[in-house]
Design a protein around this ligand. Structure first.
Ligand code: CP
Length: 316
């Protein structure tokens, strides 16, 4: 595997999920694979789970791991081509990325969208420049439009938790939030679920439909109660408007998943990528109750990352 930026980089999704589950049983079985190999994890934005799980995944495979908060610890980065750098930026990505490629065998990069200009965000300019300029395999640690390591962990969790012999109904449910949130997790979840043996239903208020390139094939309902009927899994996530790009259009009253909402489902397991705003996106009662899978999801981030890094190490 030369890059992991979306589900389209994976030839056999079910096989990768199975590999993550095997690694969960024997996390140190491939400790010699990463010997004398270096993983660089570059963050332009905050992280808890992605940072720690990917770092640990590299260590479980015997890799040396370096982590850098490039936005705070690096030189102010210029990403536009052809500009005269007589302003505040100090180093161009053309040199910075190429230099990082000299030190690392695999690089992970996190770079969120700015949510100002849809075309700019959806062009994935920074991620593509890292792919072009580093010369080493690139793992997306969440880009402007997708969060593939999260989605792989989500699919691993659903595979583990689904009732045997039943194709689960999975509902991606929009949740309230106070500020504009990227589409990455929701886009990516929709894209991955459509490669899995599940029935995907997406529910969000009007004005919050995700880009069709991610949702085509899925049922999209603006009536949450209707969507929740007989659900086996409810994946809760906020996102800002795609149509009125980056805008918050409603306070989302009535959209938070509570025990009352869960009563509409088939005793659904509840998922969220975290961090979650308690009492706003998800109720305390659900998060602290028996249906919540959020900690197990976070645990599976480790084995998702390990499966991807293992594939990359094998292809070096
Ligand atoms: N879910 C997730 O990506 O968490 P972090 O932002 O803390 O890495």
């Amino acid at each position: 595997m030369k890059q992991f930026t979306s589900v389209h980089d994976v030839q056999d999704v079910a096989a990768l999920v199975n590999e993550a589950l095997e690694l969960k049983q024997s996390p140190y079985a491939h400790k010699s694979l990463g010997q004398n190999k270096t993983l660089g994890l570059i963050f332009m934005n905050p992280s808890l789970r992605t940072r720690l799980s990917t770092q640990k995944a590299g260590m479980n495979l015997g890799m040396n791991v370096m982590v850098m908060n490039l936005d705070k610890e690096g030189w102010a980065l210029e990403t536009r081509d052809g500009v005269i750098m007589d302003g505040t930026t100090v180093e161009h990505i053309r040199e910075a990325a190429a230099v990082m490629g000299q030190y690392c065998d695999i690089i992970g990069i996190r770079s969120f969208p700015k949510l100002q200009d849809r075309n700019e965000d959806y062009s994935e300019d920074l991620l593509n420049k890292f792919i072009e300029l580093t010369g080493v395999p690139i793992v997306s640690l969440e880009s402007a439009t997708r969060h593939p390591l999260q989605s792989l962990a989500d699919l691993v969790t659903i595979k583990e938790q689904a009732a045997a012999g039943k194709r689960p109904k999975v509902v991606l449910s929009w949740a309230p939030h106070i500020k504009p949130i990227p589409h990455c997790v929701a886009n990516s979840f929709a894209e991955w679920m459509q490669q899995a043996d599940v029935e995907l239903v997406i529910t969000n208020p009007e004005g919050y439909d995700l880009a069709e390139e991610f949702t085509k094939g899925a049922q999209v309902l603006h009536n949450q109660d209707e969507a929740l009927q007989d659900a086996d899994f409810v994946y809760v996530k906020n996102w800002s408007s795609y149509e009125q790009y980056g805008q918050v259009l409603t306070d989302g009253e009535g959209w938070m998943i509570t025990n009352e909402k869960l009563a509409l489902t088939n005793n659904a397991k509840v998922m969220h990528c975290l961090p979650v705003r308690r009492g706003l996106e998800l109720s305390h009662e659900v998060l602290d109750g028996p249906n919540s899978l959020v900690i197990e999801q976070a645990n599976n981030r480790l084995y998702a990352a390990q499966a991807v890094l293992k594939r990359m190490l094998e292809s070096l």
